[in-house]
Design a protein around this ligand. Structure first.
Ligand code: IPE
Ligand code: IPE
Ligand code: MG
Length: 252
């Protein structure tokens, strides 16, 4: 793997918003003959480091997929472990995020959460609402299709009969954030798994075999370096872009 001493990042071109599918916790544990849930615990440690590293680099929005609408299909004991871990993280780690001026948001369908989690989310969001540092969005019981549907349904409820892109984008759960510039999926799979479907229309996609608990600062730097090598054309030709964005530049 590229070491941080070899990775030369352009600090003026750090992605404003990074979205991550934190995949591979189970396989990380399996490789070590440990129960899958230990992989999830280590995954939470990796997330803590990721938040710190992103904040240090000046990333403004970090959105992580922690539990999908489809993950309810997992064995009951794994689901309840994950929910317990989420509840614990809400209680223990939110204060540290708050001390560091970070804002916490949770996106997803909250209807299946127990009271402790439900209240934990509300408190975390309220406590950190006024913070101006990195916005950490945790997608839990989230699905991209669900998000688009809830946006459409809420517009219908408001009496709208014709919906345009701006209205729809403004009704998505993540409407407070710009669209992701960089999408990272760890764990080797090269699919989106129903994450931010609408929002990622122009995200740069980065896939790595590294399992989430092993995704460290060097791995993040390598992903950002890959992002910085790309030319984001948004439908235009290369020649139409400002000179500084041509060839190896990536606009944020
Ligand atoms: C991602 O790791 C975490 C969640 C989906 C909650 P996995 O649990 O999917 O790990 P693998 O893919 O089985 O290794
Ligand atoms: C995607 O990972 C969801 C999260 C990381 C929370 P999965 O492991 O559930 O995705 P699939 O099943 O391999 O597509
Ligand atoms: Mg997985």
């Amino acid at each position: 793997m590229t070491s941080s001493t070899q990775t030369i990042l352009e600090y003026t071109r750090i992605p404003r918003h990074i979205a991550v599918i934190m995949d591979g916790n189970g396989r990380w544990a399996k490789k070590r003959f440990l129960p899958r849930v230990i992989g999830h615990k280590r995954g939470l440690d990796a997330l803590e480091n990721m938040v710190r590293n992103c904040a240090e680099l000046g990333v403004q929005y970090l959105t992580v997929f922690a539990f999908s609408t489809e993950n309810w299909r997992r064995p009951e004991d794994e689901v309840s472990f994950l929910m317990g871990l989420f509840a614990q993280a809400l209680q223990k780690q939110v204060y540290r995020l708050h001390e560091n001026n970070m804002r916490v948001k949770v996106i997803g369908n909250r209807s299946r959460f127990n009271e402790v989690i439900y209240r934990g989310i509300e408190e975390a969001e309220a406590l950190t609402a006024g913070n101006t540092g990195l916005t950490l969005t945790i997608a839990v019981d989230y699905g991209g299709r669900w998000d688009i549907l809830q946006a459409v349904n809420s517009l219908i409820k408001q009496g709208e009969t014709e919906i345009n892109e701006e209205m729809l984008a403004g009704s998505l759960m993540s409407s407070y954030a710009p669209e992701p510039d960089l999408f990272i999926r760890t764990g080797g799979e090269t699919r989106i798994s129903n994450f931010l479907l609408w929002q990622m229309a122009y995200a740069e996609l980065y896939f790595t075999d590294t399992l989430w608990p092993d995704f460290d600062k060097d791995a993040l730097n390598t992903a950002i370096e890959s992002f910085q090598m790309r030319e984001r054309r948004f439908g235009r030709t290369s020649e139409q872009l400002p000179v500084e964005q041509q060839r190896d530049g990536a606009s944020c």
